[in-house]
Write a protein that binds this ligand. Structure first.
Ligand SMILES: NC(=O)c1ccc[n+]([C@@H]2O[C@H](COP(=O)([O-])OP(=O)(O)OC[C@H]3O[C@@H](n4cnc5c(N)ncnc54)[C@H](OP(=O)(O)O)[C@@H]3O)[C@@H](O)[C@H]2O)c1
Length: 304
């Protein structure tokens, strides 16, 4: 299988590339602004250049774990949010369909209002913010145009080893190492999803010929404070610096789903047990940091 990963420098993209290589696939990844060896420079906003390069590559499958993923930034810049999360992937999805390939778009539980979560694939979406609206419109446009060549993977609260070291687990660990308090929303709940497992599930779904909409998320719904405590405990830190406040007092730029999270009945039917719970995943996170190379280690504080 020849695969392209648009956003290979990102969290899920890094794991897609690692798993694809381990499984013997011919995979090429791209970066937009953060270069790593072996990645091809591609900005999906350069629409013609990106389309032409993709056509030349002639992949069987394109994974698109990319876009403008900063939820509060999207709220302040809706034009970029729509371009980056809807129009640019749709452009490359059309090219992929033209050359007979399959396209995997990564979406989010933020397509749900989050008043009655966790939600399944059957729940009616109702995004609370600009980011979620652009993602939902992209899901619909890509699935509508590509039919069974499209796989839509919704995930949530992704964490685990990554090269850029940006995810919530890194933020918690770095603050604890610095001796700073960790203040998280007391009233947000969702499904923590281990990045290596999210990527593997997406690849397995493609390999097994699935299309359509799949929720790919961890098996537990946790509050942010409980998730932060699980990370701190797993990494051997005292839990005392972890505090919480209601979302309304935190001044986040975009409204968030509060009772969020994803039920995964479709994934469970075809790949049962693939998504690991937080405690097992954190053991794996530590094992990989200690024995695997290439990932940013949040315990190593740069002097720069
Ligand atoms: N992380 C989560 O908790 C979460 C939850 C739900 C859904 N998702 C979705 O899952 C996907 C992957 O998330 P992630 O956490 O892996 O994201 P990430 O770490 O922020 O990575 C985003 C990737 O997109 C690339 N990118 C950004 N703008 C681009 C552009 N205009 N053209 C081409 N590439 C561009 C980035 O490149 P550079 O870094 O090189 O600039 C990076 O490789 C996203 O679509 C996100 O919406 C994530």
């Amino acid at each position: 299988m020849k695969a392209i990963v648009i956003g290979g420098s990102g969290q899920i993209g890094g794991w897609l590339l690692r798993h694809l290589a381990d499984r013997g696939s011919d995979a090429v990844g791209t970066f937009a602004t953060v270069a790593y060896p072996g990645l091809y420079p591609l900005k999906a906003s350069d629409r013609e250049a990106a389309a032409s390069w993709l056509r030349q590559q002639a992949p069987d499958v394109v994974f698109y774990p990319a876009g403008f993923t900063w939820v509060d930034g999207c709220e302040h810049d809706p034009a970029t949010a729509r371009a980056s999360n809807l129009e640019e992937p749709l452009n490359l999805a059309r090219v992929t369909a033209d050359i007979g390939g399959r396209f995997v778009y990564f979406s989010t539980d933020y397509v749900f209002r989050g008043v009655n979560g966790p939600d399944s694939e059957e729940s009616p979406p109702d995004p609370p913010n600009v980011y979620g609206t652009a993602k939902l419109d992209a899901e619909r446009a890509i699935a509508g145009e590509l039919g069974d060549r499209a796989l839509i993977v919704r995930t949530s609260w992704v964490y685990g080893p990554e090269r850029q070291g940006k995810n919530f687990a890194y933020q918690v660990i770095r603050r604890l190492i610095a001796g700073e308090p960790v203040m998280v929303p007391s009233d947000q709940r969702s499904s923590p999803s281990y990045g290596p497992d999210v990527a593997l599930a997406a690849i397995r779904l493609v390999e097994d010929g699935h299309s359509g909409l799949f929720h790919v998320a961890g098996p537990e719904v946790l509050s942010r404070p409980d998730f932060a405590r699980a990370i701190a405990k797993g990494f051997g830190f005292d839990l005392e610096p972890i505090g919480s406040k209601p979302t309304a007092e935190l001044g986040q730029g975009a409204p968030r789903p509060l009772q969020g999270g994803l039920l995964t009945p479709r994934l469970d039917a075809v790949l049962p047990g693939l998504m690991r719970p937080v405690s097992t995943s954190i053991d794996d996170f530590l094992r990989r940091l200690n024995h695997d190379d290439g990932w940013n280690d949040p315990r190593v504080i740069s002097s720069a």
